[in-house]
Write a protein that binds this ligand. Structure first.
Ligand code: ADP
Ligand code: ASP
Ligand code: MG
Length: 457
């Protein structure tokens, strides 16, 4: 029996930026964690509120030489953070404040350094952005302790081991498993609550990395997979995954259950409620993921499961992704010649640029990308083999549903709903779980609302 007890599994609870943004939010976190004590929670937190956005802005100021602007952004984060600390910790505020103060000193130092250099090395950028999670995790740990819970702060750089692709580092799962055993599981078995900042990782040589914007969800899944958790809870500011982004579609509804494949496609095509890579580590280990509202913990949220029975509805949800660039590659001679497509995709691959959508015709191939960091080089290489046109300011709209493929007539309903907009590219994924198309960014909100009306209202 004792052995069985020792092997009891943990759960991972991840709290997003709004779920730790102020004093009432921290109280809710404490209440949610305390209710989960019997399940041995491991807590992962994002930076508070809009901290990461402001850190990005501070760097943008510094890199063009606007030191005052950069320092002003940091001062604003400090002001907001300390006002939360004062409100929440009262008499202990000064002690907790002095624990987070070194992070602000570090941020100011880096703003000055970047201003002087007029550039931000990728490694420094990650070092800078990660301070938001260091601050929030220190505060969250102290908050749980104040409520009488045995929370212990851990450093994600020593657990979430990654390669050195700064800004979107890739995890080293076997190494994370080893580290998590010592630094997470052992603590939990002693009845403690490990707390760590999400989004941040570290290389084997100790450099700070980040997992990409929104990456705390991914941290939660990586840690959950590493410790063989019983479940992952993603606590956020909406009631779960919904039929569309509720910020765009007022009538969006919560999805009670969704298959992990559908949820992955939605995340990939822009539903930021979940980071696109979150589900992979959890799925591989068969760990269920639930998305829940930290303001309304009584709501069950969305359960993401390996498979979900059909409900007769062709579409589960509609996602969209702005900031898309299309690349049209036209050649009259070579398209069908063997090796042309391979050469073409090889160019994107060598520049480490993911292609989201592809459409081909007799003489052309069109692809979409959202990462344009290497587009100039890509274009130059493609122009050696074809003529190339690049257009930015576009958006992908994606309808997802595992029943899509069994339901005739969906495409005609989609096109009726969007007949007034100019559709630039269409693709039905090989899985036939998604139907996506590209339009101008300016048309996207209206299009999504119309589609939502057609399929859900
Ligand atoms: P967190 O800080 O908790 O990680 P995010 O802002 O990253 O929260 O994600 C939650 C937001 O995702 C919601 O406020 C909502 O506007 C947006 N969102 C986009 N698509 C969806 C969707 N299909 N369902 C639910 N929320 C969505
Ligand atoms: N704080 C990071 C971001 O805003 C990571 C996260 O919130 O998931 O992107
Ligand atoms: Mg998020």
């Amino acid at each position: 029996m004792r052995g069985r007890e020792r092997a009891a599994r943990l759960i991972v609870q991840k709290f997003g930026g709004t779920s730790v943004e102020d004093s009432p939010a921290l109280e809710r976190v404490a209440a949610i964690v305390s209710r989960a004590l019997a399940q041995r929670p491991v807590v992962i937190v994002s930076a508070m509120g809009h901290t990461t956005d402001r850190l990005v802005q501070a760097l943008e100021c510094a890199v063009v030489g606007d030191e005052a602007g950069g320092l002003e952004r940091i001062a604003r984060i400090r002001r907001d953070t300390f006002s939360v600390v004062e409100q929440f910790f009262g008499r202990d505020a000064q002690r907790i404040g002095s624990q987070v103060e070194p992070h602000f000193v570090e941020l100011e130092r880096m703003v000055r350094a970047v201003t002087a250099l007029r550039l931000v090395p990728a490694a420094s950028r990650d070092q800078f952005l990660s301070q938001g999670e260091f601050i929030s995790s220190a505060i969250a740990t102290a908050a749980l302790v104040l409520y009488g819970m045995p929370a212990v702060l851990r450093d994600p750089r020593e657990i979430v081991i990654t390669d050195d692709r700064f800004g979107r580092a890739r995890p080293d799962q076997p190494e994370i498993e080893k580290r998590a055993r010592d630094q997470v599981t052992v603590l939990a078995e002693q009845g403690k609550i490990p707390v760590l900042g999400g989004f941040v990782g570290g290389t084997r040589s100790g450099q700070t990395t980040t997992l990409g914007r929104g990456g705390s969800d991914y941290s939660a899944a990586l840690v959950a997979a590493a410790v063989g958790a019983a479940a992952v809870e993603i606590w956020t500011d909406v009631d779960g995954m919904m039929t569309a982004d509720p910020q765009t579609v007022a009538g969006a509804r919560v999805i009670e259950r969704i298959s992990s494949e559908e949820a992955s496609e939605l995340a990939y095509f822009g539903a930021r409620v979940l980071h696109p890579l979150t589900l992979a580590p959890a799925i591989e280990k068969g760990i269920p993921v639930r998305v829940r509202n930290s303001r309304r913990p009584e709501v069950a949220g969305t359960e993401i499961l390996p498979t979900v029975p059909a409900d007769g509805h062709p579409i589960r949800s509609i996602a969209f992704k702005k900031g898309i660039t299309t690349v049209d590659i036209v050649t009259s001679r070579m398209l069908m010649a063997s090796g042309f497509l391979r050469r073409l995709f090889d160019v994107f691959a060598r520049h480490d640029t993911a292609v989201d959508m592809v459409a081909t015709s007799e003489i052309s191939v069109s692809v979409t990308v959202d990462d344009v960091a290497r587009l100039t080089e890509i274009r130059r290489e493609l122009e050696e083999i074809a003529s190339v046109e690049v257009a930015s300011g576009r958006a992908i709209v994606c309808l997802v549903g595992q029943n899509l493929k069994f339901t005739p007539g969906v495409a005609s309903r989609i096109f009726r709903a969007v007949e007034k907009v100019n559709v630039l590219m269409i693709s039905q994924g090989a899985s036939r779980r998604n139907f996506s198309f590209v339009i101008d960014e300016k048309d996207v909100e209206e299009t999504v609302r119309r589609l939502h009306q057609e399929f859900f209202e």
